[in-house]
Design a protein around this ligand. Structure first.
Ligand SMILES: NC(=O)c1ccc[n+]([C@@H]2O[C@H](COP(=O)([O-])OP(=O)(O)OC[C@H]3O[C@@H](n4cnc5c(N)ncnc54)[C@H](O)[C@@H]3O)[C@@H](O)[C@H]2O)c1
Length: 271
């Protein structure tokens, strides 16, 4: 996809943060937009941020498989085609493996992994039919390295990466007109820490403050980087200097990155 003008773009989780910024950057580049979220008020603010572009908003819970498939049909009917799908909706949880509840673990997997997997599979026939499609799945730097108290999020984001990298190769081997990118943001200043669930021993306030300190990239900058990566058909889009650093450490050290993370976590996460 060399040009976004008049392309139909779907963005999930567009009521806040990276999703909202993506919607506004894509609108500025001439996309026609189908944005969705569970947060209706957030969606209305995003529509206002899209400066008069053609935008339809849909209330969609990405953890509801049947709702995603119905949404894909609805968007195709409303716009006549679908070119770009960005599976962005996500949530966070801070809890150890020992302490996290099954309910919280399932909540993260249902949204952060299954939301992405169903979003991809539901829209794929429409993307192929468009003749010029692109799937963008939002993983994380936590899809590159494991971090204490992030096992559920790590599991979901590593799974998104594996699923997405596999799909990219399948689309090439089958000569399908669909490009595929996996996005690994570092810390982005959004609401994600505010809406995160916490294990019962976690100090939520301290963790949120810690996140605000280390999140170095704005959502708008993140959206610009992602859109540039889409236009360059990058398979892996790293967002922010911290993401580049983490990717480099991972490549250089292999599994020996873990003592470094332990040292960082002892000071910052076990507070
Ligand atoms: N902020 C970061 O530092 C960071 C880093 C790496 C990856 N990410 C990923 O980026 C994506 C966007 O997160 P963000 O940082 O913009 O967070 P955010 O909280 O600002 O936005 C996430 C949006 O997803 C929506 N959402 C939550 N559950 C949903 C559901 N079941 N169905 C539909 N929508 C739902 C929320 O209402 C919200 O509008 C997520 O996948 C997140 O994991 C964020």
């Amino acid at each position: 996809m060399k040009d976004l003008n008049n392309k139909v773009a779907v963005v999930t989780g567009a009521g806040s943060g990276i999703g909202r910024a993506l919607a506004s950057v894509l609108a500025a580049r001439g996309c026609r937009l189908a944005i969705s979220d569970v947060n209706e008020a957030g969606l209305a603010e995003t529509v206002a941020a899209c400066g008069g572009a053609e935008v339809r908003s849909y209330v969609l819970d990405v953890s509801d498989r049947d709702a995603i498939y119905a949404h894909a049909e609805q968007v195709r009917a409303d716009f006549g085609q679908v070119n770009l799908v960005i599976n962005n909706a996500g949530v966070a949880l801070s809890a150890t493996v020992r302490e996290m509840t099954d309910d919280d673990f399932k909540w993260v997997m249902d949204i952060d992994f299954w939301g992405v997997a169903h979003g991809t599979r539901a829209f794929l026939p429409h993307l192929i039919a468009s003749g010029d499609g692109h799937v963008v799945n939002i993983s994380s730097v936590f899809g590159l390295i494991g971090v204490p108290k992030q096992s559920a999020y790590n599991a979901a984001k590593f799974a998104v990466r594996g699923f997405t990298e596999s799909l990219r190769q399948e689309m090439k081997l089958e000569n399908q007109p669909v490009q595929v990118s996996c996005v690994h943001p570092g810390g982005i200043r959004t609401n994600i820490a505010n809406s995160a669930r916490m294990g019962k021993s976690e100090n939520g306030e301290a963790q949120r403050k810690g996140f605000d300190k280390i999140a170095m990239t704005t959502p708008n900058k993140a959206a610009e980087i992602i859109v540039r990566g889409i236009l360059k058909n990058e398979s892996r889009i790293l967002v922010g200097p911290d993401a580049w650093g983490i990717d480099a450490i991972n490549r250089l050290l292999g599994s020996a990155y873990q003592p470094l993370v332990e040292r960082f976590s002892r000071k910052n996460l076990y507070v």
